[in-house]
Design a binder for this molecule. Structure first.
Ligand code: FES
Length: 174
């Protein structure tokens, strides 16, 4: 099956040099990623993870630089990045906590987990502590329903939570 044609980047977009925007290590990872796919643009999602790991979040300039690397218009990159909640399109704290709010977790105490963040750190969903250390986000099911309620922090799952456990995790993070 033939891939749909994509619009070409405009001149200003094509002039962006990804090598000036990203570290040499990130560019080397991009180079390795695109070799794993029949078409370079298929590497977009893993590349966004790598870009976010370097920059902390995906600013418009970063999306444009990824697009320039793949010869895609920034809007195509934005369409993908804005579809998946794990990509941060605004600055986040050094640590990002995702509290699952789906049905199993909700029934087993997710609201109390969220309330613990408010009490211990003064933040609610979508907010970052003033010292920039921690952002709280709400997630849909993270696939650990048998260990509800749960949250993911910096890629690590914390399960069978209660307010005490959450307070202890937050103390370690801050
Ligand atoms: S409902 Fe929370 S992990 Fe599935």
């Amino acid at each position: 099956m033939t891939a749909l044609p994509l619009p070409k980047p405009r001149a200003a977009e094509a002039a962006i040099d990804p090598r000036k925007h990203f570290s040499a290590a990130t560019i080397a990872t991009f180079d390795a990623l695109v070799k794993q796919y029949p078409e370079a643009r298929a590497a977009l999602i893993p590349m966004l993870h790598v870009a976010q790991a370097e920059k902390g979040w995906l600013a418009k300039g970063t999306l444009a630089a990824v697009g320039a690397y793949l010869k895609l218009p920034p809007i195509r990159v934005y369409e993908v990045a804005s579809f998946y909640p794990m990509f941060h399109l605004e600055p986040v704290g050094r640590h990002v906590a995702w509290v699952c709010r789906n049905i199993s977790c909700d029934l087993r105490g997710a609201p109390q987990i969220v309330e613990t963040f408010r009490r211990a750190c003064g933040i609610g969903p979508g907010e970052t502590t003033p010292d920039g250390k921690l952002t709280l986000k709400l997630a849909e099911c993270l696939g650990a329903c048998t260990a509800a309620p749960m949250m993911e922090v910096d890629g690590e799952y914390h399960e069978n939570l209660d307010p005490k456990k959450v307070e202890s995790i937050l103390r370690e993070l801050r």
